[in-house]
Design a protein around this ligand. Structure first.
Ligand code: UP5
Ligand code: MG
Length: 194
């Protein structure tokens, strides 16, 4: 697998912290390819495969799916990126320290930065419940949201801390207006990938 010198940026943050919203804006600003691990998993579910129905069950419970599945889907999607791409915004992955280590080992790459969206549980809950009115996502309900927060705190925050210790984390406060959060994220990322 050839990354063609492209940069990798992991984008992390709690459920509803604004990873997807900001990646959509940042990808154009930096000519990056946005790959959401969750969206790739939901596409697999939508394909109707037997694997998809198993994934759907795990995601509705807020559980992490096996990393071989996410890494496989990410690699496939990375290979499809246009030639003009400067790199990748990997949104919502890694969810655990071991997932990050496996990705680095398998792809022979060290991420250029880890963009972390910092948001209170209250704000994230409000956003997800609002989205749940129309999203059709099986995990946008109060019971699933609580499970997602628990998994985030117990399993994903240690990964954020792991990268923080390595000096790789760029933290962005993600409450407030979309345009203000994006402006902060853009400014911070500019320092890392000029
Ligand atoms: N919104 C965003 N910003 C706003 C703002 N500033 N002001 C007002 N509203 C704002 O935003 C969420 C909602 O808030 C949207 O309606 C948006 O308009 C609004 P979004 O940008 O979608 O936030 P995001 O952080 O992307 O939230 P998401 O729900 O996607 O986060 P999750 O991390 O929970 O979901 P993900 O899709 O990454 O993963 C889903 C599941 O897949 C996981 O729970 C897990 O089961 C599984 N998974 C794995 O197992 N492994 C992986 O590697 C990845 C996923
Ligand atoms: Mg998302």
């Amino acid at each position: 697998f050839d990354l063609k010198g492209r940069k990798i940026i992991f984008v992390l943050g709690g459920p509803g912290s604004g990873k997807g919203t900001n990646c959509t804006l940042l990808k154009d600003a930096f000519h990056l390819t946005h790959l959401s691990a969750g969206d790739l998993l939901r596409a697999e579910v939508a394909s109707g495969s037997p694997l998809g129905s198993e994934l759907n069950r795990m995601m509705a419970e807020g559980q992490l799916v096996p990393m071989d599945v996410t890494i496989h889907l990410l690699r496939e999607a990375m290979a499809r990126a246009p030639a003009t791409s400067n790199g990748y915004l990997i949104d919502g992955f890694p969810r655990q320290v071991d997932q990050g280590k496996a990705f680095e080992r398998l792809l022979h790459v060290i991420p250029a930065a880890v963009l972390f969206f910092d948001c209170s549980t209250e704000v994230m809950t409000q956003r997800l419940l609002k989205r749940g009115e129309t999203s059709g996502r099986p995990d946008d309900n109060m019971a699933s949201i609580k499970k997602r927060f628990k998994v985030f705190t117990e399993q994903t925050m240690p990964a954020v801390e792991y990268y923080r210790e390595r000096g790789m984390v760029v933290s962005v406060h993600s409450e407030g207006k979309v345009e203000d959060v994006f402006a902060r994220a853009k400014e911070m990322l500019m320092l890392r990938i000029p």
